[in-house]
Design a protein around this ligand. Structure first.
Ligand code: SF4
Length: 365
């Protein structure tokens, strides 16, 4: 279906808009980024909220705004400082893109977050959703946005069948979002739509009896609330076994900094680690991790700790092995840098969450 302003008739759009905005004024959660309409705050919060829960984001957002209070401060910060502030939030390309975009905003937009969707889309890390969020929430422009919550609400409100992440339904949902967004208070309307999805029109137990748009909801009328949206079944997570070498010398532990072009965690500090191959013992893998990244040989003894975490569709178990009898000269091999750090100094380095957990564990042992 073509993207058209006519996908929802104007009477229905007005009724939905009124009901949602009235509900939002009364029920919206008090979140730190909602206390000001400063475009920089809106942008940072929207980037943090992608793939991440609100409760997790709140303390990160507050610390970030203290550390990098505006576009210029972020543009001028060292990348290591930016990654350090982001550590634990995951999907680190978001942090790098924030900084790259800040540099471009200083260079091309006088240090301001631009207000036009086209200009926003030209910046790294800003896609149609984020551009719509910034333009409508921070600048009051009648621009639509579509995220997972909006997909669910609109699929149900209009009983839209099919996979909403694929065309033609994907376009149709954007067309509905565009047709619904009002000229008056578009930011509140867009936030209301997302808030409804987050708190009322939830995936498994929509609370239709308290829903402000239940009268207009076609899924409710047709008994389809739990059928829609028709998302494809998620692939089963793949189990991955990884090991890390915890090699120490004179009270200092060996850590490695990944190359700037590493596919994941570029520029961050990790303990030498590899995935255990099928035909390999964990101990052999620990030796391989140490040798391949630093050129050192060593002997794994016991497990210091095991960390379980998920990255995209992978369920990872990371066993950290204390590694002794080190020999050879440590030099960066497949990594950018190596360093021998006191365990108490590891907190100054940007580390992904699983490796941060190991570092904290080392302080207890
Ligand atoms: Fe969602 Fe139920 Fe409201 Fe429909 S009536 S939008 S299914 S909460």
């Amino acid at each position: 279906m073509a993207v058209t302003k006519k996908s929802v008739d104007s009477k229905t759009a007005r009724a939905i808009g009124r009901a949602l905005r009235a509900w939002y004024v009364e029920h919206r959660r008090d979140l730190p980024w909602r206390r000001s309409l400063d475009p920089y705050s809106v942008w940072v919060s929207e980037m943090m909220l992608q793939q991440t829960q609100v409760a997790t984001v709140i303390p990160y957002f507050q610390r970030w705004m203290q550390r990098f209070p505006d576009v210029t401060a972020l543009a001028n910060a060292a990348e290591s400082e930016v990654l350090h502030a982001w550590q634990g939030l995951g999907y680190y390309s978001r942090a790098r893109n924030l900084q790259r975009a800040a540099v471009l905003m200083v260079r091309e937009h006088a240090g301001r977050v631009p207000d036009a969707v086209e200009a926003l889309l030209a910046l790294p890390g800003i896609g149609p959703y984020s551009a719509g969020a910034i333009a409508s929430i921070a600048y009051g422009k009648a621009e639509p946005l579509v995220d997972g919550n909006v997909i669910r609400v609109l699929s149900r409100l209009f009983a839209l069948r099919g996979d909403p992440n694929k065309n033609p339904l994907k376009n149709q949902i954007w067309a509905h979002a565009r047709a619904l967004v009002p000229e008056q208070e578009p930011g509140d309307f867009n936030q209301a739509l997302m808030e409804l999805g987050a708190t009322v029109c939830t995936p498994r137990a929509p609370r239709c009896v308290v829903c402000p748009v239940s009268k207009q909801c076609q899924a409710r009328a047709q008994g389809l609330t739990l059928v829609l949206p028709e998302l494809p079944a998620r692939a089963k997570p793949t189990a991955v076994h990884m090991v890390a070498a915890i090699a120490t010398r004179a009270g200092r532990v060996l850590v490695t900094k990944l190359n700037a072009d590493a596919p994941r965690w570029a520029g961050m500090w990790l303990f030498p680690n590899v995935e255990v191959a099928r035909s390999e013992t964990p101990e052999a893998a620990v030796k391989r991790a140490l040798l391949s990244s630093t050129g050192l040989s060593g002997k794994p003894t016991g497990i210091v700790c095991a960390v379980r975490h998920s990255v995209t569709r992978f369920k990872i178990t990371l066993d950290a092995y204390r590694t002794v009898e080190l020999s050879g000269t440590a030099k960066p091999q497949t990594v950018a840098e190596i360093a021998w750090q006191k365990p108490t100094a590891l907190s100054d380095l940007a580390m992904p969450a699983a490796h941060r957990t190991i570092a904290e564990r080392l302080l207890e042992t």
